[in-house]
Write a protein that binds this ligand. Structure first.
Ligand SMILES: NC(=O)c1ccc[n+]([C@@H]2O[C@H](COP(=O)([O-])OP(=O)(O)OC[C@H]3O[C@@H](n4cnc5c(N)ncnc54)[C@H](OP(=O)(O)O)[C@@H]3O)[C@@H](O)[C@H]2O)c1
Ligand SMILES: *[C@@H]1O[C@H](CO)[C@@H](O)[C@H](O)[C@H]1NC(C)=O
Length: 232
């Protein structure tokens, strides 16, 4: 029999249209798990956060918290990850069982934006900040491992999405992902959608890279532990 220990599930953009029903499903089907739900604005003056909080009141026994996390600010991502790691270490949170990287950002009506970190905002919120979060928290997963959930879209695949005007591609100079040149001529919808598609393409490629890394490092570590166990 496989005994599954309850753990902590982090969901970013937890007040979004997909996230709220997902949270509801989790709390109904997996009430033993602790959920950490991140939003940019934790106050009820954000109608979506208010809706999330109202959803949680139906599950008064659930171990859940709504926490502030702005992915457009990498210092905030680092602080959040450190707080979670410390809480897992001191036992106030069970070890992680999942990080659901659900949040995303696009801007289809204005020029490209730069975050306080100096990076293109769609790319940072959608991919970079999630990668920073996941990598900082790998050590906070339980010994049974867990699941990192990344979100993409058919827009990452050139020619598949009807809103595409410029196909997504990874530039030879990777710096262009975070510091792209100005759009000329300006086409906010077409270029905004392309920035979204490129970010999601990076998410897909990073998923494969992360998986290769985890298989190599963690399975190797586990087999070392097993070897040690066999001989002790
Ligand atoms: N809906 C679709 O048809 C569709 C199709 C393909 C893929 N997807 C993917 O599915 C996922 C969920 O989509 P959805 O339709 O549920 O989107 P949504 O309702 O717009 O929710 C997006 C979430 O991202 C959050 N977010 C935006 N900027 C942020 C920032 N700077 N820091 C932290 N959080 C931020 C938003 O929070 P705020 O309220 O704070 O802005 C919101 O909670 C996304 O990854 C999306 O790309 C959706
Ligand atoms: C970014 O996050 C850091 C750490 O939480 C915070 O001190 C800083 O004020 C934030 N910057 C902005 C522009 O919100």
């Amino acid at each position: 029999m496989l005994l599954i220990m309850a753990g902590t599930i982090i969901i970013t953009g937890a007040n979004g249209s997909l996230a709220i029903p997902a949270v509801q499903h989790l709390l109904t089907k997996y009430p033993d798990y602790t959920t950490v739900l991140t939003v940019r604005n934790i106050l009820d003056d954000d109608v979506n956060t208010k809706k999330l909080r109202e959803t949680l009141t139906k599950y008064s026994k659930a171990d859940t918290s709504i926490r502030k996390l702005d992915l457009a600010n990498l210092s905030a991502v680092h602080d959040f990850a450190s707080t979670i790691a410390a809480e897992v270490a001191d036992g106030s949170l069970p070890p992680l069982t999942s990080i659901v990287c659900n949040a995303y950002y696009w801007n289809l009506v204005g020029d490209a934006e730069t975050t306080v970190d100096g990076y293109e905002k769609t790319f940072q919120v959608t991919h970079l900040a999630h990668a920073a979060l996941v990598l900082r928290l790998l050590g906070s997963f339980g010994s049974n491992g867990g699941r990192v959930v990344l979100f993409s879209t058919d827009a990452h695949w050139p020619g598949k999405n009807s809103l595409e005007k410029y196909p997504p591609a990874i530039p030879d100079d990777l710096t262009m992902l975070v510091k792209p040149a100005a759009d000329k001529p300006s086409d906010n919808f077409g270029r905004g959608f392309q920035r979204y598609a490129v970010s999601k393409l990076a998410v897909v490629m990073w998923m494969y890279a992360l998986n290769r890394y985890l298989e190599k490092v963690y399975i190797y570590r586990r087999s070392l532990m097993e070897v040690y166990w066999d001989h002790s």
